[in-house]
Design a protein. Structure first.
Ligand SMILES: Cc1cc2nc3c(=O)[nH]c(=O)nc-3n(C[C@H](O)[C@H](O)[C@H](O)COP(=O)(O)O)c2cc1C
Length: 205
């Protein structure tokens, strides 16, 4: 698909055809491609929970403001952001050292800058988790669109309850849910809403 068509045709799909399943191999390909999204120091502080079984979808529906798409779509993803994803335990640092991009001494300096400045406060750590995992989420939506799969992002859910359902670590955040599948062709979406233009949203210095 032409990239501008991917951008123009992606919509929050709302009405999914519950009879059309989403192939798990296709889902895996979509997510693997989307992980090419950029992230801070390439630390990739994200995770994905795939909610697929009928029972799991019904359970999630109750914690997601009873939004019908959660029940109707064959799959909903919970996109996870990791507040502590930059810490030394992340094996991406070992990868960087192995490939000669860094040594332990330089890494110590970077981590000290992270702890004392970049990610010193809980707000900064939360922003780090949300910024990076949102880029993964957007990439998943565009890659899915390119592969003929419709998506719908959501923040209408009880984060505490969702974290409990999937044993998500206390320090992690549930950035958003994304329902995925195929549109119910018998139902029509509202026309796309207005977008603010460059002139309306920009300042030039
Ligand atoms: C982070 C995020 C959270 C959203 N949460 C919800 C939601 O909980 N329920 C819902 O119906 N739509 C939700 N939406 C969908 C938006 O309403 C929709 O993307 C927007 O109106 C623009 O429509 P379009 O995506 O079709 O262009 C969310 C979108 C984003 C990006």
């Amino acid at each position: 698909m032409e990239f501008n068509n991917v951008i123009n045709e992606r919509r929050a799909a709302t009405f999914f055809d519950p009879k059309k399943d989403l192939d798990i191999t296709l889902l895996e390909e979509i997510i693997n491609e989307a992980t090419l999204a950029p992230s801070c120091f390439n630390t990739q502080p994200w995770g994905v929970v795939v909610i697929k079984s009928q029972e799991a979808r019904e359970e999630l529906f109750e914690k997601a403001c009873q939004q019908p798409k959660v029940k109707e779509a064959p799959v909903t993803l919970a996109i996870i952001g990791k507040r502590t994803g930059y810490e030394r335990e992340n094996s991406i640092w070992d990868e960087k050292i192995k490939n000669g991009y860094l040594d332990e001494e330089k890494l110590k300096g970077i981590l000290s800058f992270c702890n004392s400045s970049l990610f010193a406060t809980l707000d900064q750590k939360t922003a780090y988790a949300a910024r990076n995992s949102s880029l993964l989420a957007m990439s998943i939506m565009y890659v899915a669109q390119n592969r003929g799969v419709a998506t719908h992002p959501m923040i209408g859910f009880d984060e505490g309850a969702v974290k409990k359902l999937y044993d998500i670590e206390e320090e992690d955040i549930v950035t958003m849910l994304i329902s995925m599948g195929y549109p119910d062709e018998s139902r029509e979406l509202y026309p796309r809403e207005k977008r603010f233009t460059f002139k309306e949203i920009s300042k030039i210095y």
